[in-house]
Design a protein around this ligand. Sequence first.
Ligand code: CAA
Length: 380
Amino acid sequence: MDFTLTEEQEMVRQAARDFAQTELLPGVIERDEKQEFPADAIRKMGELGFMGMMVDPKYGGSGLDTLSYVLVMEELSKVDASASVVVSVNNSLVCWGLETYGTEAQKEKYLTRLATGEIIGAFCLSEPEAGSDATSQKTTALDKGDHYVLNGTKNWITNGGSADVYLVIAQTYPEKGHKGINALIVEKGMKGFEIGPKEQKMGIRGSDTHSLNFNDVIVPKENRIGEDGFGFKFAMKTLAGGRIGIAAQALGIAAGAYELAKSYSRQRKAFGTEIANHQAIAFKLADMHTQIEAARMLVYKSALDKDSGGDYDLSGAMAKLYASEVAMNTTVEAVQVHGGNGYVKEYHVERLMRDAKITQIYEGTSEIQRIVISRSILKD
Ligand code: CAA
């Protein structure tokens, strides 16, 4: 598999790297501390074309490939995973879902503004009792002829307070199980739609996570995505691509922590020499580098699988599973390399360690990725 980047991909990567250094790095510690949403940065990323990277330019997108998107996710995540998760959800789950399965009218009305970052989107699948077991949706969307009546609660919704457009998965025909589920486009401000309090999180604290309540919300039929009953497949298809974005986020967190650890180990002296000269530290760097390269291959491969029109359920799940484990291991080791300094905020690695953990949980836990992988390899 050829991972040589084109000139355009190199330019996109450099643009993301520059943006992360000049716009995300200043203030990242404070935003984490105050749980402050990076609204300014998101607006600027919209102007740069990062919010609808793979969307056709006729709908306001950048028309780039998945590998370019992954490169951007990796660079942003080296510095600020709270900002990069907003980019990931908007690109992979919301824009991709609407462009692939939405009607022309839905694309005109929503996608054009989502792809430019004028507005942002949220993807609402998880519920208090249906996180991993996504078929057990309790939120209902009752069919009332020309509209649905939506009732229920969604949990842990990324962009929950800041989004304008919400793709909500809900049960219409409980007797049909996963075949009775629909995906509806809900707008902020619709009567009966309430945003719950912001979650107090361990990591990705700058991102905006809420529960959402729907009390008799009237959603027009034209806001349903796909055929009647397509909602669960919509969610699964969309999440399969989303996992590539989160895998790239995990890769970026790992690479960011590694770069910090490497540079620190060349400056910090102990026992008369830079700590990089001690094997105890050098071997840690060797392991980090090796694991990150292996994760990168898996992540890029999943992006190329998607771009070539092949199946990416398996490669995306493997990339997410492995890259998120590498993110966790690498960030823990990066804190160790920093010693006491690793435990304080100004050195950044403690934040990356807290941020890494979520990549093993959202868009399917590591256990869910293992279900997807084992089913795929055992099916024939
Ligand atoms: N593509 C297309 N169809 C798929 C699919 C895929 N990737 N995966 C499953 N399906 C289909 C199956 O073919 C099946 O359809 P048929 O009956 O017609 O064959 C149907 O969906 C049900 O599939 P399963 O029987 O496999 O369902 P299951 O209950 O055994 O569980 C699961 C499948 C993989 C465990 C799934 O429930 C799952 O992915 N759970 C995790 C959900 C998740 O990722 N949640 C994260 C929330 S979003 C988020 O975190 C966003 C954020 O804020 C950052």
